[in-house]
Design a protein. Structure first.
Length: 123
């Protein structure tokens, strides 16, 4: 059993196949592909000056400025964050502070009461 590739609803159309091959053929035969390969390789050949890390030397001043700016911004953000964290902690401590209450009981002597009063009222 022989499998024949089908093109179109009625089967293979040899005239159409030949026309498509002529239409899509390279414009100079096999020499076209050889010259195309040479042109591509000539454009992509890497020289010592084209290496990517060599390009960074041209940008070093700009990269240094960008790095310094990034460090300054990061330091300012960290300082601001630390300030907010400290402020939040302070407010939390102040909000939960309860005034100390001490109860003085009556004692036999008056001097004892004065000492107790000074203790309660004092800092």
């Amino acid at each position: 059993m022989r499998m024949e590739p089908r093109i179109g609803p009625e089967g293979r159309d040899d005239e159409l196949t030949r026309a498509l091959r002529v239409l899509h053929a390279p414009p100079g035969g096999e020499a076209f592909w050889v010259s195309l390969e040479r042109r591509i390789l000539a454009r992509v050949t890497v020289t010592e000056d084209d290496l990517w890390w060599r390009q960074l030397t041209r940008w070093r001043r700009g990269l240094a400025l960008a790095g310094a700016a990034a460090i300054i911004v990061a330091a300012m953000a960290a300082r601001h964050s630390n300030h907010l964290r400290s402020l939040h902690a302070y407010n939390e401590i102040e909000g939960t502070r309860v005034a100390p209450v001490q109860v003085a009981s009556e004692t036999e002597r008056e001097a004892s009461r004065e000492v107790t009063l000074r203790y309660v009222v004092g800092p």
